[in-house]
Design a protein around this ligand. Sequence first.
Ligand code: FUB
Length: 326
Amino acid sequence: MADKQPLVTHIYTADPSAHAFNGKLYVYPSHDRETDIQDNDNGDQYDMNDYHVLSMEEIGGPVTDHGIALAQADIPWVSKQLWAPDAAFKNGKYYLYFPARDKDGIFRIGVAESDKPEGPFKPEPDYIQGTFSIDPATFVDDDGQAYLYFGGLWGGQLQCWTSNTFDASQQGPNEPSTGHALSAKVAKLNDDMKTLHESGVQDVVILAPETGKPIPAEDHDRRFFEAAWLHKYNGKYYFSYSTGDTHYLAYAISDSPLGPFTYAGRILEPVLGWTTHHSIAEFKGKWYLFYHDTSLSGRNHLRCVKVREIVYDAEGKIHLKEAQPK
Ligand code: FUB
């Protein structure tokens, strides 16, 4: 498979969330930056402090960097680590969702609003009440209902939320080794796109097809770790994610955006670098996987965003286009 070139090389970018808005393809990435923090399993080296938005008229064409769309200094509740964002459009406004540590060091999810897809985005003064952990992904269904998916293990603190309060003793590379795997979370967003619906936060359950039961905790090749993404294809809901310490991008399919989802396979094998994170978007009649690797720097925390075309087979399974037989 031919190696892909980074979308941009003048800044380091990661965790790309892609959306087609107004006939252009917009990418909302993390903006990686140099730091002398040593790599660790808590992800402290991912010490980002602003967001840029990228756009392009064509896949493979010139990419515009619209500059700083949101800076940590302008977000009152944040202490550090602006991690993987996503964006949504509803009611004539654009919303940027982002995780960061609050003043107590707990990851929460915030939202900022703009009239334009490229920002600048104006943040709400506080995080979205009821949210926690990292890696927000939004999905607005055909009926206008918006959903917020989130969660990430280890440095992302998802394992600290097995009860309704934050358990600081579980921070770091901890997760259960038996029983069913911890689930990503999903909540409906209210029409204001800034608050969670009263139905609350639910588990995104991923079932093993061979048992019909949730993926076991010890199944690190298939369990959810981080990087939630939700897209719809042919009336089905596809929940895709990173398996973390086994470095796959995997996916599961459901008839409902709330699941349960049934594991369906892998989208991408391990890339260069520890993390893998992606989005899937339709643009001008084709489907694309946006992802990152560390080919530009050779360092885990200095990543670059790339894109590949994907196709679906007759059963709705996802394949990289270049991996298809001619
Ligand atoms: O970019 C920081 C973190 O690395 C993201 O939140 C994770 O998904 C991983 O890509």
